[in-house]
Design a binder for this molecule. Structure first.
Ligand SMILES: [Zn+2]
Length: 325
């Protein structure tokens, strides 16, 4: 499964930080993070609350553009080793310069520098999607949207929202999404990971995203599933993440197969891979085991993912050749 060419649309850059990279950075900065790793060196946590704490501790050592340049290289190395030929990553100016446009530009410059190097040395192409953080509130989201609008272009291609789905509502972020859309950015939104189907309906009606982060709980309302299929809304599905956080007991209980069967455009991603002890190759292997998905199915989904990518047509045509190879 490793060698099959893959497209990944839902990956949080900080959440993809390899534990060894974070340990190295912590040692350089003389920060003691030993408590967040288990004896095998993996991130250690139980349940969603602890996951957030470990996540926060791990990412607390990422404090400069140079840290992000190295992080991006480490993450892309892992992705490329799993057969990913094109990826989009979520970036948050909240963590990169505290939403100051000037500081954000410096972080972005460093991240793009790493992406150029990875493309040259590993043959993987990366684009960025800026996300505001829902539980940080609408005020900060506006500042994030301004950072997004100021740097929108051929590399920053999308805008989205991540964070705690249980607080505030999509309408609270309308200004930010309008601002991003006016700057030419394509829209995705985390919805229906933890939230029930009516929260997905609200997200669709208010923000009109082309893609939904997760969206899997739509399966609890088949009329909504039909609507997603009709609208052509793409779901950025992260099965291993959902299983690791206990939304579904195992891959077999995950709705991705049923959503696909009902005509919803599903894609496969890892979300925060080392935190969920997963990789793109592992997602493929588990899906093969659970639903007997074969190479043809994976190739069809990779093509569907590329069609849903936010990059320009020339880049898509170039990646399409890699998928066909
Ligand atoms: Zn996510």
């Amino acid at each position: 499964m490793k060698e099959l060419p893959k497209v990944e649309l839902h990956l949080h850059l900080e959440g993809a930080a390899p534990p060894a990279f974070i340990r190295g950075l912590a040692a350089e900065k003389k920060v003691d993070l030993s408590g967040i790793f288990d004896e095998r060196g993996h991130y250690r946590y139980k349940g969603f609350g602890e996951f957030l704490k470990v996540y926060e501790a791990a990412t607390s050592v990422l404090t400069s553009p140079e840290d992000y340049r190295r992080l991006t290289l480490a993450v892309l190395e892992e992705s490329a080793a799993n057969g990913v030929v094109y990826g989009e990553t979520f970036l948050s100016p909240d963590f990169c310069g505290g939403r100051d446009v000037g500081a954000w530009r410096e972080y972005l410059h460093a991240i793009r520098e790493a992406a150029v190097e990875a493309e040259r040395t590993m043959g993987i192409t990366l684009r960025g999607i800026i996300t505001c953080i829902r539980h940080f509130g609408p005020e900060k989201a506006r500042e994030t949207a301004v950072c997004a609008a100021e740097t929108a272009g051929d590399w920053i291609v999308g805008f989205g929202i991540a964070g705690d789905e249980s607080v505030l509502a999509p309408k609270d972020f309308l200004w930010s999404f309008d601002c991003a859309r006016e700057a030419g950015l394509r829209i995705t939104a985390h919805s229906g990971e933890w939230g029930a189907p009516d929260t997905i309906r609200d997200t669709l009606a208010t923000l009109n995203p082309e893609r939904l982060g997760h969206g899997v709980r739509s399966i609890e309302d088949l009329a909504l599933v039909d609507e997603l299929a009709e609208r052509g809304t793409v779901l950025e599905v992260c099965p291993g993440s959902n299983v690791a956080l206990g939304i579904y007991t195992d891959f077999r209980a995950h709705p991705i197969n049923e959503l696909d069967r009902r005509g919803v455009k599903v894609t496969i991603s890892t979300d925060d891979p080392p935190f969920f002890h997963t990789t793109m190759a592992r997602e493929y292997e588990e899906l093969h085991r659970a639903f007997d998905w074969d190479e043809g199915q994976f190739r069809r989904i990779a093509r569907q993912s590329l069609d849903a990518a936010f990059c320009d047509a020339d880049t898509k045509a170039r990646i399409a050749k890699k998928l066909e190879a």
